[in-house]
Design a protein around this ligand. Structure first.
Ligand code: GN1
Ligand code: MG
Length: 574
């Protein structure tokens, strides 16, 4: 029987000693909590005006260190507020697999962010450490990777996070510098898998797998007409543009021009970026009728979202948006084609029928869902927020998820990757150069190219570009896969958005009573009408989404439902 003292050494002590407690009390007293603000770990972490965030970020640093001790893995902390205005900032955690923080820990994040004094903070941490049996002073010290986007407030907030991390005895914080959000998530995942995990490794993995896919393009398709080969990318005046330039240099086969890079003059997310282009359906700053007909794309402020668009020849017309749903559809068509090559010669007994699953939210355009179902694909719905989509997509051999706003990726299960590796080896010894072998190699390359941790605009751009070349499609041909139903999104300011409670992947309001019936009655008046409301997780608003057969009818439906929301919830008096 091992002695208790030995066991304790092995598992670490499940309690904080006096040194630890006084370190926490001492350092937390340097971070004053803002008065009158209730912070909540929303759809994508904490987001607020940057001026009030330092205590929150400091406390998230502590949480990250505890999470690292609990999981005995490397954890990430990213300082970003994505598409929000430049004066905002935010913080979110990357879990050991590179995904979002386990939802199970979110209530603790809320509780410590709102603790009113250092003593209360210490008490909450103490209780949580005991409840979760977090091994303290144990086997492996906490290790945290810190990253930030280009916001001016980022440097000071990163320092607050570092102080939070190091207020846990023995914890180590590494500043990875200015990164896209997906790069940090990728690094965390790679570190925990024992793989090469530097930024240079990220760029090399993406460029190598892209080149591999280029080499596998069928020769008869590599020449095609009517395709303008140039891509112009709007970098939202954020971190993504400069990183894309680095990648571009490694690739030398793509003709990419980046505008609105952080190195230019413009303000982050101000009249630029994927969120702006997708919601307003207008060309970002720096784009105009001179770009008509050219393939254009837009990244968001931290480069985890991507949309494509076409600028119309008339200067003030709406852009033709090729959104996340269409990127998803393009990926689905390509993956489905590769799976069919693989299955063609399979004798049914030995075949592994890969389960391909599609995951969307209620914001997906109804026309995209119909299109995907017509392809014979299984389409699933989850609430808004990539943590939900990602979790669902991970249930399949290949799971493709996208939000309409352009956040998404393709997940490959470990067992399917292993199967593919064996398969491609078998095929190369038997029928070298066969379509089935190429399909297996393509799928393996996609799994290396597309970020397995979170949606990533940079890997997304590369995959879209190579699939268009593979198919021999112009952006116009791609855009013709289906025609979007007219849609409208509105934001409604109400007294308390948390009074809205929804169910069924946010398509039905269950509270306040009567609101859903009123929405149903209104929606029933419109051909192909669909409408839902939900409280935003990142802004203090209730969002209204509507679809109908014409834009005019859609706008009327959205406006009527927005009025119903105010009627049931009261408007915001401030
Ligand atoms: C309608 C919409 O675009 N919602 C966005 C937005 O969340 P809300 O909870 O709707 O504010 O920000 C999230 C984080 O970036 C993103 O995941 C989500 O899709
Ligand atoms: Mg983002």
């Amino acid at each position: 029987m091992p002695q208790w003292s030995e066991l304790k050494k092995w598992f670490g002590s499940i309690a904080m000693n006096e040194e630890q407690k006084s370190l926490l009390l001492d350092s937390s007293s340097r971070f004053v909590i803002p008065q009158g603000v209730k912070l909540s770990y929303g759809t994508a972490g904490f987001r607020e005006d940057a001026s009030i965030l330092s205590s929150t970020v400091y406390r998230v640093g502590i949480l990250a260190a505890l999470r690292s001790l609990k999981t005995q893995s490397v954890i990430g902390v990213m300082i970003t507020a994505s598409h929000n205005k430049v004066s905002d900032n935010g913080v979110k955690i990357a879990d050991p697999n590179g995904g979002m923080l386990s939802q199970h820990w979110e209530p603790f994040a809320d509780a410590i962010a709102n603790a009113s004094s250092p003593q209360q903070l210490l008490q909450l941490i103490n209780e949580f450490v005991e409840k979760e049996r977090i091994p303290f002073l144990g086997v492996r010290p906490a290790e945290i990777l810190l990253g930030r986007d280009t916001r001016p407030s980022g440097e000071a907030l990163l320092e607050a996070a570092r102080q939070g991390v190091t207020s846990i005895v023995g914890a180590v914080a590494s500043d990875m510098g200015i990164l896209t959000t997906p790069q940090l998530h990728w690094m965390v995942r790679a570190r925990n898998k024992g793989l090469k995990a530097s930024e240079q490794d990220y760029f090399e993995q993406l460029s190598n797998s892209f080149k591999c896919l280029m080499d596998l393009i069928p020769t008869e398709r590599s020449k095609f007409d009517g395709m303008n080969d140039k891509l112009v990318v709007d970098g939202a005046n954020g971190v993504g543009g400069a990183k894309l330039q680095v990648l571009h240099k490694l690739l030398n086969v793509l003709d990419i021009e980046v505008r609105n890079s952080s190195e230019d003059e413009g303000v982050l997310n101000d009249g630029v970026g994927a969120d702006y282009v997708q919601k307003e359906k207008v060309a970002p700053h720096g784009f105009g009728s001179k770009d008509a007909g050219i393939r254009c794309a837009s990244l968001d402020g931290d480069a985890d979202r991507l949309v494509y668009f076409l600028v119309p020849p008339e200067s003030n017309a709406q852009v033709n948006l090729v959104d996340g749903d269409k990127i998803l559809s393009l990926f689905a068509v390509f993956i489905k084609e590769q799976l069919s090559f693989l299955n063609e010669k399979e004798d049914l007994k030995n075949s592994h029928k890969a389960r391909l699953g599609i995951v969307q939210t209620a914001y997906a355009n109804g026309a995209s869902t119909n299109y995907l179902k017509h392809l014979g694909l299984e389409v699933n719905f989850t609430p808004t927020g990539v943590k939900y989509l990602h979790e669902k997509a991970a249930e399949f051999d290949i799971g493709i998820y996208f939000e309409a706003n352009g956040h998404g990726t393709i997940l490959f299960s470990e067992s399917f990757i292993e199967w593919l590796e064996v398969k491609s080896r078998d095929l190369s010894s038997g029928s070298k150069g066969s379509e089935a072998e190429k399909a297996a190699l393509r799928l393996l390359a996609v799994s290396n190219l597309i970020n397995q941790a979170v949606g990533d605009a940079l890997s997304g751009v590369l995959l879209v570009e190579v699939i268009l070349k593979h198919m021999g499609w112009s952006i116009h041909r791609w855009n013709e896969l289906y025609h979007d139903l007219p849609s409208r999104q509105l934001k409604v300011k109400v007294a308390d958005r948390t009074a809205v409670v929804t169910a069924n992947a946010e398509t039905v309001v269950v509270r306040p009573p009567g609101l859903q019936d009123a929405i149903n009655t209104e929606t029933a008046k419109y051909t192909q009408g669909r409408c839902f409301v939900r409280p935003s997780g990142t802004e203090d608003v209730v969002r209204v989404y509507a679809e109908a057969s014409t834009q005019e009818a859609t706008d009327t439906l959205a406006n009527c439902v927005a009025k119903l929301v105010v009627q049931f919830l009261g408007s915001n008096s401030s």
